[in-house]
Design a protein around this ligand. Structure first.
Ligand SMILES: Cc1cc2nc3c(=O)[nH]c(=O)nc-3n(C[C@H](O)[C@H](O)[C@H](O)COP(=O)(O)OP(=O)(O)OC[C@H]3O[C@@H](n4cnc5c(N)ncnc54)[C@H](O)[C@@H]3O)c2cc1C
Length: 553
């Protein structure tokens, strides 16, 4: 087990997060600075607090798992009432659309092109507010929610459905995690579509048995799949870090917002944290790594988001939302870059490797339909979409492109990206809280040990002979070096003064203690006489209270 103070946060450059260009300490500082901004966006700004998704309509494309469904109340999702949603996002508005190609004003739709929409949207509703293409763009790293699918999609308030402990566990959860990690088993030579254990996106679903046969990749021990060795290429290491960091962040949340089944109260569960994360510093490192790549992706969107249409139906709200997100992107951009994506996908296999990477990540996002708990599925989908969007921005976007050259993010992507950053920000915060609890626990244990020691010490002093204790009260003559005959007058004078002072103190002490001593001697004498009179021989063992003084004489 690694404690925070052993390997983390001691400053740069020794404590860099592997494969990122930033230390733990810097990421923690950044999080302290940016957290209020991220919290505000994800808790208070409508654009980021509602997510539209097909929560119940999609079947797991890889296996059938009828028994894996979680029936706990904590697994349920409260669906938002459409009345609470800005008008331009409602089904009635979405229903007016036909095509998938509506675009943000900054995208590459050329002037004079026919409108992609069939129905009139009303003056207040920009086309860009309602688009959500339902076909996969070749640059996408995840299979996005089809917001355009009016029939099956629902709006969910992310504030009312926080990610936390649900009790979802067992075979179903384990199967999903196992399949997610198996996406990391890249072949030696990247292939474009078919090298994934689940078959790349678009391929036929593979039965679970085949997926499970891949267990040969596993190591017996801590992780479901061994992390790729350091000598493996950066891209494969990054893939693993992203999924392991996401898993760690989910575990962090369920441990931090845990249901105490005895008291019915929600709160941090330190043992849960110890079991799942504290003992595995690599998992925590991957969580920090994810925070770094999310920060970099959001910073890269800085220019892009300046002209984004937020579609609340109210221009003032849109302007405020834009200002809020600009405060976040500017805040990140005011610090040195924390991750350098430009060094990835550079060698001769780059194109195939990137396609393989993308297909595998799409499969991870599709696996979220196999999660048997609604709440977990909701947050699983948001986070895979958030990481998918971050990867797309990192590897497909040009930071310095002019308006319109980069593909504009869909609402689903941007909401997922910012909420995933919010999740990681919370995870880092929870990590510092858990670390503080562990430190507190260590200090309490130390104090207990000290307490036990001093009790033992007291006991042994109690058993020591009384005379020794009383010796402490004896005044000792000041120690003075022997006279050599060469002392100066002033030295002799001060020696004398010291002796006189001591003698005066001694006299004072003797006089002030005299009544107490007389009382003690009187008590001792009467007790001895009484014992003698009663014929008891206890007086023989009764020590004279000033025996030591007599001994000295
Ligand atoms: C997508 C998804 C979302 C979920 N969301 C929630 C939720 O919101 N609330 C909730 O209560 N439960 C949620 N769960 C369930 C939760 O993640 C666990 O699966 C469950 O609590 C059982 O935990 P476990 O101890 O069996 O280990 P799991 O977390 O299931 O892990 C399985 C195995 O993976 C390995 N492993 C664990 N963490 C890492 C890591 N970071 N890096 C590498 N390897 C690792 C270990 O070998 C471990 O034994 C979710 C599950 C999934 C698949």
């Amino acid at each position: 087990a690694v404690d925070r103070d052993l390997s983390y946060c001691a400053g740069e450059p020794e404590n860099l997060v592997n494969d990122a260009c930033v230390s733990y300490a810097t990421l923690e500082r950044l999080n302290a600075e940016l957290r209020p901004s991220v919290q505000y966006l994800t808790q208070n700004v409508d654009f980021f607090t509602y997510y539209r998704l097909d929560l119940y309509g999609r079947e797991c494309p890889f296996w059938s798992d009828d028994e894996g469904f979680c029936g706990n109340r904590a697994c349920a999702v409260d669906v938002a009432d459409e009345k609470d949603i800005p008008e331009s996002w409602r089904s009635s508005e979405l229903g007016k659309l036909e095509g998938p190609k509506a675009s943000q004003p900054t995208s590459s739709v050329k002037k004079g092109e026919p409108s992609p929409f069939r129905g009139g949207l009303g003056e207040e509703t920009a086309e860009s507010c309602i688009f959500e293409p339902n076909d996969l763009d070749k640059r996408d790293y995840c299979v996005l929610e089809d917001e355009f699918n009016v029939k099956n999609s629902v709006y969910v308030s992310l504030v009312d459905n926080p990610e936390r402990f649900t009790g979802y566990a067992g075979k179903s959860a384990n199967n999903v995690w196992r399949a997610v990690y198996q996406e990391n088993c890249f072949d030696a030579q990247p292939k474009s579509q078919s090298s994934s254990p689940l078959q790349a996106f678009g391929g036929a679903a593979v039965p679970l048995k085949n997926v499970m046969d891949r267990r040969k990749h596993e190591v017996v021990g801590q992780n479901l799949i061994a992390p790729p060795p350091e000598e493996q290429c950066l891209e494969k290491r990054v893939f693993y870090r992203v999924i392991s960091g996401m898993h760690a962040s989910i575990s962090m949340h369920l441990c931090y917002d845990f249901l105490n089944q005895t008291t019915g109260e929600w709160g941090p569960n330190l043992q849960c944290y110890k079991d799942r994360l504290h003992a595995y510093p690599d998992r925590i490192q991957n969580m920090y790594f994810n925070y770094a790549i999310l920060l970099r992706a959001v910073a890269k969107l800085r220019n892009n988001l300046k002209s984004y249409t937020f579609c609340s139906g109210d221009k003032r709200t849109d302007t405020l939302t834009r200002k809020r997100i600009a405060a976040l992107t500017d805040g990140i951009a005011s610090h040195p870059q924390v991750f350098d994506e430009s060094i990835m996908f550079k060698d001769e296999n780059a194109i195939l490797l990137k396609e393989d990477f993308r297909n595998r990540f799409r499969n991870v996002s599709r696996l979220m339909d196999c999660v048997g708990c609604d709440k977990c599925r909701l947050w699983g989908k948001i986070q895979t979409a958030g990481y998918g969007t971050a990867l797309k921005v990192l590897f497909e976007y040009d930071e310095n492109a002019q308006n319109g050259e980069n593909q504009t993010l869909r609402r689903t992507e941007l909401v997922a990206l910012v909420n995933t950053l919010g999740r990681l920000s919370n995870s880092l915060y929870a990590f510092t809280r858990f670390s503080a609890m562990i430190e507190q626990e260590r200090m309490i244990e130390e104090m207990r040990a000290q307490d036990a020691f001093s009790k033992l010490d007291k006991e042994s002093r109690k058993d020591a002979p009384k005379e020794e204790k009383e010796d402490e009260n004896i005044m000792k003559w000041p120690e003075q070096p022997d006279l050599t005959g060469e002392e100066s007058v002033s030295e002799l004078f001060w020696r004398e003064i010291e002796m006189i002072t001591f003698a005066l103190k001694f006299l004072w002490k003797s006089w002030t203690e005299l009544p107490l001593k007389v009382w003690r001697i009187y008590k001792w004498g009467t007790a001895v006489l009484l014992d003698k009179f009663l014929g008891r021989d206890r007086f023989r063992t009764r020590a004279f209270p000033y025996k030591h003084a007599l001994d000295e004489l």
